[in-house]
Design a protein. Structure first.
Length: 122
């Protein structure tokens, strides 16, 4: 489609039963492209959707029989439901090393202020 994404996960090597597998743990959608498809033009006489008469032969109206070589397909933009952002799986799909979403952003930034003397010898 043309979307730009960054994926996080692990790669499972190929074996005799399956090929190389990517186990996704998180997806960052960086950029979402437009989705466009092309529709046949409407007949200028009756308003019905025209049919292709073949490659390089233009369009023909199935209702009134009007033919045209000059009409072109019209582009139609489809609204996307996907938005830029980070997508993570539900907690039931987490692996044992994955950080839960409620702990993301709460990383420790300061060193510990007081060490336990019996456990730590500088």
């Amino acid at each position: 489609m043309g979307d730009r994404v960054r994926v996080y996960g692990g790669v499972r090597p190929a074996s005799s039963k399956h090929g190389v597998t990517v186990n996704l743990e998180k997806i960052d959608v960086l950029e979402v492209s437009e989705e466009i498809f092309y529709r046949n033009p409407k007949c200028p006489r009756c308003g019905a959707r025209m049919k292709s008469a073949g490659k390089g032969k233009g369009f023909k109206c199935p209702k009134c029989g009007y033919r045209s070589l000059s009409l072109k397909k019209t582009p139609v933009k489809i609204p996307r439901t996907l938005k830029p952002g980070t997508y993570i799986p539900p907690p039931r799909a987490y692996r044992h090393l994955m950080k839960p979403p409620q702990r993301i952003g709460k990383e420790k930034t300061k060193p510990p202020t007081k060490m336990i003397p019996k456990w730590h010898n500088p």
